[in-house]
Ligand binder design. Structure first.
Ligand SMILES: [Zn+2]
Length: 321
């Protein structure tokens, strides 16, 4: 009898649920919009429904080894209580209790950045590295810290909330309420904001041409204009890369990882356009000891890192409990 795991990646815009094998194959996946405004109870109902649907795909010859959910942090681990999350607008939601009660079964709830970092370490990088930093660059910035092949959690489970370290005191407002956070300076949202500012000032003609809605340019529009050789767009990408490089340089200096993996829609969508200047920034703003031969790579797991991390979380949880 072989084992399968049910995993759920709860994001700000979509919920991805899947039936996964312990070696990281996704047998069946269900994607649905989060519609966060509906509130925690409604979303827990929908997650439970998708898990129950996946359970019907578990064949008689397979055994369900466990269930895990990755959710935006910061959240208390192992209690699975979301403390406060700008992504969903939730505060003090006991996701673990709410799902375990509905499903009549223990559900592991962990930070989505932690689970994605685990997946990168075990599946994405073939378990070659003991010390890994993972960052997801999308509308926000999240991540996870792997030390000695384990998630580093800190006291309550809140370690690795990279997006909310302040890199520019008094900088742009962040959705967490502070100013100058890493994600307010170096995410897709930050790039879109700077592009809007440029367009409002009468510049950014090429970005305007690339945008579906010229009043609301997106990160991908800036990337398209930069790829076409536009100097204003290239300037915005360079600024974004400098801010990303600054934050990652600090993390590299603190943790001295063996590898840095970048995922998320903005990092993967921009590819080398962003990776090259970020890598260059890190090489020139850290000690040689930290950055010499340090691989800085794009995630090979794409949008599935969080989901795949659920499989490892279930395996590890069984060993330690
Ligand atoms: Zn913040």
């Amino acid at each position: 009898m072989s084992e399968v795991i049910i995993g759920v990646d709860l994001g700000g815009t979509k919920i991805l649920s899947g039936l996964i094998t312990p070696d990281g194959r996704i047998l069946k996946a269900i994607k649905q919009p989060t519609l966060a405004a509906a509130g925690a109870e409604e979303i827990m109902e929908r997650i439970s429904a998708s898990i129950k649907e996946l359970q019907t795909y578990v064949s008689d010859s397979d055994q369900l080894a466990g269930m895990a959910v990755g959710a935006p942090g910061p959240l208390y681990y192992p209690q699975g209580i979301i403390s406060t999350t700008p992504n969903l607008g939730w505060e003090n939601v006991n996701l673990k209790e709410g799902l375990s009660r509905r499903l009549q079964r223990d559900v592991i709830v962990d930070n989505d950045g932690n689970l994605a970092a685990l997946a990168e370490a075990y599946y994405g990088q073939d378990d070659k590295y003991r010390h890994l930093l993972y960052l997801t660059i999308s509308t926000g910035i999240g991540g996870g810290i792997i030390i000695n092949r384990q998630i580093y959690r800190g006291r309550d489970g809140g370690a690795g909330e990279f997006g909310h370290m302040v890199i520019e005191p008094g900088g742009p407002a962040c959705r967490c309420g502070k100013h100058g956070c890493f994600e307010a300076m170096a995410s897709g949202t930050a790039l879109a904001r700077e592009a809007s500012r440029l367009l409002q000032g009468g510049g950014g003609q090429k970005i305007r041409e690339c945008a579906a809605d010229p009043n609301a340019p997106e990160a991908k529009d800036v990337a398209a204009a930069a790829r076409a050789g536009d100097l204003e767009a290239t300037g915005l990408v360079t600024q974004l890369a400098d801010h990303l490089g600054l934050g990652i340089s600090n993390l590299v200096t603190i943790f001295n990882p063996e590898i840095v993996v970048l995922g998320g829609g903005v990092a993967l969508g921009m590819g080398d356009l962003l990776l090259k200047p970020v890598t260059e920034y890190i090489r020139t703003h850290t000690f040689k000891l930290h950055s010499n031969d340090l691989p800085i790579v794009l995630s090979p797991l794409d949008q599935y890192a969080g989901l795949l991390g659920c499989a490892i979380a279930v395996k590890k949880y069984r060993i330690t409990n």
